[in-house]
Design a protein around this ligand. Sequence first.
Ligand code: SF4
Length: 237
Amino acid sequence: MNVRLYEIFTSVEGEGILYGTKTLFVRLSGCPFKCFYCDTKDALPMNSGKEYSISKAKEIIKKSLKKNTYKVNFTGGDPLAQSNAVAELAKFVQGKKIPTYLESSCYDSSKFSQVLPYMDFIKIEFKTPESGFVDTKHYSKLLENELECLRIAKKSKKIAYIKVVISSKTQLSSFKQLLRKIFKIISKTELAGFIIQPTYGISEPSLEQLFSFYDAVYTYYDQVRIVPQLHKFIGAP
Ligand code: SF4
C-alpha cells in the first residue's frame, strides 16, 4: 500500500477544541471538494505531495516524533480520501502511545468507520450548502454521511466535537435546519464541543451574524464557541 503525503510539520492547533496545543500535523494529499474558503488548496489534488510506501511513511513519521510530541493530527485535504493508509498510520502512532486526531469533512461514513478505531479525537465538520463546493443533490448525500459519522462517533464514545465554518454567505435558516438534525442524534452531554469558525480573509461574517449563529446553537448546547483560526494570527503554518 502507498500513501501520498503533502507535508509533515509541527505547529499549533489553530482550530477546534484543541486550539493552542502543540501538534505534529500529517497532511494527506487529496480532497474531493473545493470549498471557496479552503486554505489548503495546493493539497486538494490527489496527485499533490509525494507518494511513499506505507513503511517509508511510518519511518518519516517516526523521525518526526520527538519526545515532546504530544499528539498527531491527520489532516488534509481530507484524510478520508486515503482511509486505508490513514488507518495504518494512525494505528502506528497509537502504538507509540501518542494520541491521534482526525480532521475531516466526514463525507464517507464507511471510510470514517475504517479510521475511527485508531483515532482518539475527532472533528466532525458539517458543511452548509453555501460552502460553494457541491450542488444541492450532492449536498443531501454529504449531509447524510456527516450525520451518519456523528452517529458512529457517538456509539464509539470517542472525544468528538462539531465544527461549522460560517461566512457572510451562510444562511441562518439552513444552519438552523442543520442544528435540528444534529441534535436529534446527539445530546449535549455526548458532545465535546461545538465550534463556529468564521472564514478568514474571504466573505468574512460580521460579528452580528456570528452572534446569530451562536445564539442558534446555544438553545441546544451552551458550550458553543466562536473560534477564529489562531494559527493565522501567530504566523504558524
Ligand atoms: S473539505 Fe476541507 S480540505 Fe476539502 S476543499 Fe473543503 S476546506 Fe478544503
